[in-house]
Write a protein that binds this ligand. Structure first.
Ligand code: PMP
Length: 392
């Protein structure tokens, strides 16, 4: 049968995700490329992963580790994750029932939400929040309920969160160290969180992808440290952040057996399994060089400190950075443009790409003059950016 040119064309689909466009990270990286700007926007290191890890990956591929991995992850990697988790947080998850290796933290977030959130159920997110949360909730038919963090300290307001809970609340999502602010939950927050969730059936999704990037001797309050919280939690990690290889997209989820079982039903028919050669490489790296993740804060701290010192020579005011690899700066002494306009102007006219905060909010706070800079960059990149910022 020939194709008839007059056949009515299929109408363009009515979008299921009307709020979703190109992500701000892609937009800013494109602007950076078009205008030869120093890219402190998208959150990735511009230096290489450890040589040993790259070697292990190449070896795994040469050794024929190129076919499907087991659905939940290769046993030696799940063993290594269990050991690492015990060492860091005093809890050893069950290797077979509680750990699932995923294609990055993003896949794990989507799987966890789809595993438990039904159409019409509410998920509380704390704004500003990472941009994949809301669409993941909406794709599951859930309703995102945005609760603002304190606009200055980015600490949770537990009274506000409590007030947002309804009989339809299915999940609360938290993120510490926090993207974009670097704020971290403290022991008091954990006590408040326990009190809030106690006697409820609300699940917790704890996004801990920056878990090892903490500064000044602070302790990362992983949900996995607390039996009362971990019994209802999906805890999400990313090797991309820990091993300077965001493009490999490998992460994992630790959750109790019943939650992991539902999580795996989604994972199994989403990706089925994660890039096998990298799993062998991470298993080896975690086992043979625990210093890497144990000293990641010490690795990044000089970068953070120097970047903050350099910022003092500009009119940008740096906010505190307890964890993560982002520096928020207040630009109100430089411009009164809103943050999205400011970032466009900064990239096009002054050659520095930054990320505005407003896309991280359901409703951005009026008059906020903050942008996010990533300091996980070589000294040359940071110096080049500071030189440009000093002119403003
Ligand atoms: N959560 C947060 C807070 C993030 O910043 C990121 C990555 N930028 C992710 C999740 C996703 O992690 P991955 O790149 O491993 O998918």
């Amino acid at each position: 049968m020939s194709i008839n040119a007059s056949t009515p064309t299929v109408p363009a689909p009515e979008t299921k995700l009307p709020k979703v466009g190109t992500t701000i990270f892609t937009v800013m990286s494109q602007l950076a490329a078009d205008h030869d700007a120093v890219n402190l926007g998208q959150g990735f290191p511009d230096f290489d992963p450890p040589e040993r890890l790259v070697e292990a990956l190449a070896r795994a591929m040469r050794d024929g580790r190129n076919q499907y991995a087991p659905m939940s992850g290769i046993p030696s990697l799940r063993e290594a994750i269990a050991e690492k988790t015990e060492r860091c947080y005093g809890y050893r998850p069950d290797v077979d029932a509680e750990i699932t290796v995923t294609s990055g933290g993003s896949e794990a977030i989507l799987d966890a939400i789809h595993a438990v959130v039904r159409p019409g159920e509410e998920v509380i997110v704390l704004d500003p929040c990472y941009d994949c949360y809301e669409p993941a909730i909406e794709m599951a038919g859930g309703v995102p309920v945005h609760v603002p963090l304190d606009p200055h300290t980015f600490a949770p307001d537990w009274d506000l969160i409590r007030a947002a809970v309804t009989p339809r609340t299915r999940m609360l999502m938290i993120n510490s160290p926090h993207n974009p602010s670097g704020a971290m939950l403290n022991a008091d927050d954990i006590a408040q969180l326990c009190a809030l969730l106690r006697d409820s059936e609300i699940y917790l999704l704890s996004d801990e992808v920056y878990e090892h990037i903490v500064f000044d001797g602070a302790r990362h309050e992983s949900v996995l440290r607390y039996p009362e919280l971990r019994e209802r939690a999906f805890v999400i990690s990313s090797f991309g952040k820990t091993y300077h290889c965001t493009g490999w997209k490998v992460g994992y989820c630790v959750a109790p057996p019943a939650l992991s079982a539902e999580f795996r039903k989604v994972h199994q028919y989403n990706t089925f399994c994660t890039f096998a050669p990298a799993q062998f490489a991470f298993a080896e790296m975690i086992r043979d060089e625990p210093e890497h993740y144990l000293q990641l804060g010490a690795f990044y701290q000089p970068m953070r400190d120097r970047f903050r010192e350099q910022l003092l020579t500009t009119r940008f005011k740096p906010l505190p950075v307890p964890g993560g690899y982002f520096q928020l700066v207040d630009y109100s002494a430089v411009s009164d443009l809103d943050d999205a306009e400011f970032c466009r102007w900064l990239a096009i006219e002054h050659g520095v790409a930054a990320i505005p905060l407003s896309p991280f909010y359901g409703t951005p706070p009026a008059g906020q003059r903050l942008v996010r800079l990533c300091f996980a960059k070589s000294e040359a990149t940071r110096d080049a950016a500071i030189k440009r910022l000093e002119k403003l």
